[in-house]
Ligand binder design. Structure first.
Ligand code: NAD
Length: 496
């Protein structure tokens, strides 16, 4: 199949977007590599502490006027941004495939989910309304004014380069704050494009800033007294570090971490519908998704059901086409880089060493459509006879590996899910309402699926998480994001 035209044709050095200007960093640069073609597509600055200080200062200067701008006027900027995102939809999606490696359909899905957050934030005039109580005492009324905080930081991971900062940034600016986005330095290009569009949409200088880089930028945000809140998404160790660093500083924090998700299969599920859903859940985004299925837990002692089910999964999985995501026939892209692939290979090896049975070996079963020099490709792997104490049954692999676990009862399945350190997105597949009710009542994960394999809350619902998958109180997306980005001012008035 033909490869769609690549929007990024040459490797330019990226600039930070600070105070409405494109500013060169004095920091060193790092190559951004297309994981499918192996080609360098950009040079990203590893910005310095002076860069992040300049962005915070610019946002502090922009804040007083932006705060005075009416919510309707602020939402007009977001409406313009939404229109521009629609006009540039395909380009943004292709950039994501180039920088990350996911298939073009996955990128289009990501772009759509990102835009949905902008759409929801457009409703800020009503999202920001506070409650009012008349006559709390005779002749006295009381009301709440949700008040923006000032400068906020949004830090993203590599696996959803475009969408993840949009879980927080549109709500932050809509509610009258200024934002500094730090994209993952591994995938900075779609955020650079987004900043161009934010500029075109008419956000005043200093309201929307982007500073590329790594730890120095993150610690610069964490240590800066004028950064009032941080919305972080990434791995659990970094999430814990961000959360702890904010403790006692007065900064608000949302820190979303890693995951190990269980997909529980009841013998009464609709097999025909369930199997294709599982393919997307386990192998979509090459398994590099915080809501990816990781453990497939098959309930019951019916050997025939078990083997038929696993066979059906095997049959679809073993035929998957792997390749460059800009080829529309490709079903799974490469792993994002060699280091990450190496980590997945170590997990596969550990599964074999710890006694799991490898039913489909992704190291051998790699049908690549096309001829690419990249070494980041890996086929989907299925393990059977996995137990939750094995590394592959308990740790986040973040690659296309399915671990099949057998249990006798739903009770056992729920207890196994709840024993995990993670609590991001677990799901049950069943046609029995009682089983579904029992599962959703007892399960300790923030996002729960019933016959749904990727439990991704839509933009007007909070993106939740429990245990090692989430640190904080309020969540990104929708109304909760607006609450996170505002503090309540309570006014009491006596009408004399
Ligand atoms: P990561 O933790 O390595 O990086 C996330 C961000 O933190 C990046 O911007 C990175 O530059 C920065 N960073 C990394 N190490 C740092 C350090 N020591 N000090 C300061 N900053 C640091 O995560 P990743 O590998 O980019 O992303 C994958 C992880 O994100 C997976 O664990 C996945 O489950 C998780 N994730 C979670 C959610 C969720 O909603 N819970 C969503 C998407 C991804």
């Amino acid at each position: 199949m033909a490869i769609l035209e690549e929007p990024i044709k040459e490797a330019k050095k990226l600039k930070n977007y600070i105070n409405g200007e494109w500013v060169e960093s004095k920091g060193e640069t790092k190559d951004v590599v297309n994981p499918a073609t192996g080609r360098i597509i950009a040079k990203v600055p590893i910005s310095t502490s002076d860069d992040i200080k300049a962005a915070v200062q610019a946002s502090q200067e922009a804040f007083p006027d932006w705060r005075r701008t009416t919510p309707l006027a602020r939402s007009r900027c977001l409406f313009r941004l939404k229109e521009l995102l629609e006009e540039n939809f395909e380009e943004i999606s292709r950039i994501q495939t180039q920088e990350h490696g996911k298939t073009i359909d996955e990128s289009r899905g990501e772009t759509r989910r990102g835009i949905e957050n902008v759409e929801v934030a457009c409703g800020i005039p009503t999202l920001m309304q506070g409650p009012y109580s008349e006559n709390i005492a005779t002749g006295i009324d009381e009301w709440i004014i949700p008040t923006p905080l000032g400068t906020l930081g949004s830090i993203g991971p590599f696996n959803f380069p475009f969408m993840l900062p949009l879980w927080s940034a549109p709500y932050a600016v809509a509610s009258g704050n200024c934002v500094v986005i730090k994209p993952s330095s591994e995938v900075p290009l779609s955020q650079a494009k987004l900043a161009e569009l934010a500029e075109e949409a008419g956000f005043p200088p200093g309201v929307w800033n982007v500073v590329h880089g790594g730890r120095t930028v993150v610690s610069g945000m964490l240590e800066h007294p004028d950064v009032k809140g941080i919305a972080f998404v990434g791995s659990t160790p970094t999430a814990k570090y961000v959360y702890k660093s904010c403790g006692g500083t007065g900064k608000r924090v949302i820190a979303q971490g890693g995951a190990k998700n269980f997909m529980v299969i009841m013998p009464d599920c609709n097999v025909e519908r369930t199997v294709p859903v599982l393919m997307t859940s386990f192998f979509g985004n090459t398994g590099q998704r915080c809501l990816a299925g990781a453990n497939l837990v098959i309930v019951g002692d019916d050997d025939k059901f078990y083997s038929n089910f696993v066979d059906a999964v095997f049959n679809l999985t073993s035929k998957m086409t792997i390749g460059y995501g800009l080829d529309e026939s490709v079903q799974m892209g490469p792993i994002h880089d060699k280091e990450k692939k190496e980590k997945v290979l170590e997990y596969i090896e550990s599964g074999i060493q710890q006694g799991a049975k490898i039913r489909l070996d992704g190291r051998e079963n790699v049908k690549i459509a096309g001829d690419y020099p990249s070494t980041c490709f890996l086929g989907p792997t299925i393990f059977e006879n996995v137990t939750p104490d094995m590394k592959i049954g308990s740790e986040e692999i973040f690659g296309p590996v399915m671990s099949v676990i057998r249990v006798k009862t739903l009770d056992e399945a729920i207890e196994m899910c709840n024993a995990s350190n993670f609590g991001n997105g677990n799901a049950i597949f069943t046609s029995n309402g009682k089983s579904a009710r029992e599962f959703q009542f007892r399960i300790t994960s923030g996002n729960v699926g019933i016959n749904v394999g990727i439990v991704a809350p839509v933009a007007f619902f909070p993106f939740s998480g429990m245990k090692d998958s989430f640190f904080g109180i309020l969540h990104t997306q929708g109304q909760e994001a607006v609450r996170f980005f505002t503090e309540s001012k309570v006014v009491i008035q006596r009408w004399l």
